[in-house]
Design a protein around this ligand. Structure first.
Ligand SMILES: NC(=O)c1ccc[n+]([C@@H]2O[C@H](COP(=O)([O-])OP(=O)(O)OC[C@H]3O[C@@H](n4cnc5c(N)ncnc54)[C@H](OP(=O)(O)O)[C@@H]3O)[C@@H](O)[C@H]2O)c1
Length: 235
């Protein structure tokens, strides 16, 4: 059984991953902004009476909330061995941004990059202690190539990819493995305004949950560092 911290677990990719991990018998500790948002959802604790789900208030923009989330998890479950980072925001701020856009750029960097760094940094000793640590990060194809003009978003994801590579180096000798998942479009709220591609042709959040489940089951020597997923052909 794994004990997994999952951010952004109230909707989209994070919710699907959380559901899959619960179904597979793991314990999950979710970090979400709105505690009420899980009421009636597929991971509503009322539907899972075995106390394998812990809900924590987590806002990526509030450093202290990461600390509290980790402490609550250790108190409840005695430790944890995995983190799956799913919180994130899409920004359309372009390269030629206008004065005043700096706030959104910084917000995007804070949520998509610095908050993940902070959460992983604070979790490190617990992942080391587990002897079989895993960090899965929802990066994006936008963290591997810049297509179009999503300068703020893409920059945050490239920075995140750099962090993943560094954590890979640091974690190797500590039995911690990192996996960066890099999809193009996934059918969630984040991609709802994409009209060029039918939603059914996008990668589905359940597919990402399946990938995460496999990563967590693979032995240490076979964990993929990077998984790139294109739902459509790119030149
Ligand atoms: N969908 C795609 O096409 C796609 C493609 C490639 C990569 N990704 C990446 O995959 C991850 C998950 O995306 P998704 O598609 O599931 O998006 P989504 O449906 O929009 O969900 C985003 C999640 O991030 C949470 N979040 C946003 N700001 C937060 C904050 N300040 N503190 C804590 N949580 C916050 C949201 O919580 P609230 O409900 O409280 O807002 C929500 O749970 C993101 O990192 C995204 O960049 C997505």
């Amino acid at each position: 059984m794994r004990t997994i911290l999952i951010s952004g677990a109230n909707r989209g990719i994070g919710l699907n991953i959380a559901y899959k991990e619960l179904k597979e018998g793991n314990r999950i500790s979710v970090g979400i902004r709105d505690l009420e948002s899980l009421k009636g959802s597929i991971i509503d604790p009322d539907k899972w009476p075995e106390r394998r789900i812990l809900i924590n208030k987590y806002d990526a923009l509030k450093k202290k909330s990461a600390d509290n989330w980790i402490k609550n998890t250790v108190n409840e479950f005695g430790g944890f061995d995995s983190i799956i980072n799913c919180s994130g925001v899409l920004s359309k701020v372009p390269f030629l941004y206008k004065d005043g856009d700096e706030e959104e750029i910084l917000n995007t960097l804070n949520i998509n990059f610095l908050a993940i760094w902070n959460l992983c940094r604070l979790s490190w000793e617990h992942l080391c202690a587990s002897g079989r640590g895993r960090i899965i990060v929802l990066v994006s194809m936008s963290g591997k190539r810049s297509k179009g003009d999503l300068a703020a978003y893409s920059s945050s994801k490239f920075a995140l990819m750099g962090l993943c590579q560094t954590m890979r180096n640091k974690g190797w000798g500590k039995n911690i493995r990192i996996s960066a998942i890099c999809p193009s479009w996934v059918n969630t709220e984040m991609s709802k305004n994409i009209s060029s591609l039918d939603k059914s042709k996008m990668t589905q959040p359940e597919d990402i949950a399946e990938i995460c489940s496999t990563i967590l089951k693979l032995p240490m020597q076979s964990v993929p560092f990077e998984i790139s997923l294109n739902c459509n052909y790119e030149i």
